[in-house]
Write a protein that binds this ligand. Structure first.
Ligand SMILES: *Cc1c(COP(=O)(O)O)cnc(C)c1O
Length: 422
């Protein structure tokens, strides 16, 4: 019996998160045994270059020594206490030091918790019910965010999962990413507590904000008394040390962080202006808690991750150069075989869109050719490169890709494009 068949007997889809079942590309998912730098060793013994990077959580590579050492040291002292630890304070101080808009921060266990908590706070602070999110954006699996955008048309939400009551998403309004007009109509109603946005959209492939979009959101929110939430669970510490808010110079009211902030362990955070964050219990009435929040292992990994970022000021510039190289090489191969395409990149986020002419809105990218991507994906895996198993996922760079490994991977990816169109 394959590991996947065995897993399927006791787990829905054989996995703990749906994308890992590889349904979008077909076939059985490979199982990871261990990782080292840019590589994962699979259960069948093969080594593959990994561009999933734990969905962006790994910035420096697998089994990065400073993180492994920090977690090991922490574990020896005890895995959880339920009373405060100094390391939690150090991590909070570091997040506040690095992240421009965050004055006070609360640790939670997942990005889903961070966004759900931020929305609760925004509703409490404004006394308003509605929330604007963007079609094609992902903010975790909490009920208020599980809304299908339908077509590109802005519309009142309909739940995209059974089990989510209509009432829960009735206040979730869907706008179009990179389209300020679609937001303005909602804000004019005066009922919108918050606009939540991935400042670089990363869950419909990587779609960077067009010039003026984020600044426009800031202005519109200010005009209408609406809070601006940057969901930086993916972009945080990935597109710049000071995250997307630093890179684009826009100050959100609240920020959610995850993935890199915990260096590949389960933790996330939300934070922002002190006046807002003091509304959180026990300073204020907005309840939010967590038995394992600020867990010592996750805190140690997060501190090691953020310290490594501060110690490597050239990292994001090198990511940007690598992104240019990936775009050059893959686009010239696509041109060579007569395939249209777009390659986007911001820091350690890469978007590779096969077969489209433009990638600035959900409409541009919502009709990607799944069969084409699937052929490309399997040809790449055959050659030794593990890509995200869906055309709608961002590829993630790790520091360990940058020395020579990237060129080897690009050779394989160029061949995979040729095979995919054959
Ligand atoms: C991954 C992600 C989340 C959800 O985080 P989990 O830790 O998976 O719950 C939320 N928002 C964005 C932008 C993400 O990329």
């Amino acid at each position: 019996m394959t590991p996947f068949k065995r897993a399927n007997r006791v787990m829905p889809g054989g996995v703990n998160s749906p994308v890992r079942a590889f349904r979008a590309v077909g076939g059985e998912p490979p199982f990871a045994v261990s990782g080292d730098g840019g590589f994962i060793t699979l259960a069948d013994g093969r080594e593959v270059v990994d561009f999933i990077a734990s969905w962006g959580a790994l910035l420096f590579g697998h089994a990065y020594q400073p993180i492994v050492d920090a977690v090991r040291r922490a574990a020896v002292d005890g895995t959880s206490f339920g009373i405060p630890t100094i390391a939690e304070v150090e991590l909070a101080e570091k997040i506040v030091e690095i992240t421009p808009s965050v004055e006070v921060v609360r640790m939670v266990n997942s990005g889903t918790e961070a966004t759900a908590s931020a929305i609760r706070l925004a509703r409490a602070a404004t006394g308003r019910p509605a929330v604007v999110k963007f079609a094609g954006s992902y903010h975790g699996h909490a009920d208020p965010f599980l809304v299908d955008a339908g077509s590109g048309l802005a519309t009142f939400g309909v739940p995209s999962s059974p089990g989510v009551p209509d009432g829960t998403v009735a206040d979730t309004l869907i706008a179009d990413y990179n389209d300020l007009a679609s937001v303005e109509t909602y804000l004019a109603t005066g009922t919108v507590a918050a606009v939540i946005v991935e400042p670089v959209a990363g869950n419909m492939g990587c779609v960077p904000p067009i010039d003026g979009f984020l600044a426009g959101l800031r202005r519109l929110c200010d005009e209408h008394g609406t809070l601006l939430i940057f969901d930086e669970v993916m972009t945080g510490f990935r597109v710049a040390a000071d995250s997307a808010q630093g890179r684009y110079g826009i100050t959100p009211d609240l920020t959610t962080l995850g993935k890199v902030v915990a260096g590949g362990t389960p933790a996330a955070a939300y934070g922002g202006r002190e006046s807002l964050m003091r509304m959180i219990a026990p300073d204020g009435p907005v309840y939010q808690a967590g038995t394992l929040a600020g867990n010592p292992l996750a805190t140690a990994a997060g501190l090691a991750s953020l310290t490594a970022i501060q110690d490597d000021p050239s990292l994001y510039g090198r990511f940007d150069e690598a992104g240019d190289k990936i775009a050059d090489r893959l686009l010239s191969t696509m041109a060579d075989v007569g395939l249209p395409g777009v390659v986007t990149h911001v820091g350690g986020m890469i978007g590779v869109f096969l077969g489209v002419e433009r990638a600035t809105t959900w409409n541009d990218v919502s009709g990607l050719d799944g069969d084409l991507y699937s052929r490309f994906f399997h040809a790449a895996l055959e050659g030794g490169v593990l890509l995200p198993p869906s055309p709608y996922e961002t590829w993630f760079l790790m520091e360990s890709h940058l020395d020579g490994l990237l060129d080897r991977a690009l050779d394989i990816l160029e061949r995979a494009i040729r095979e995919a169109v054959r």
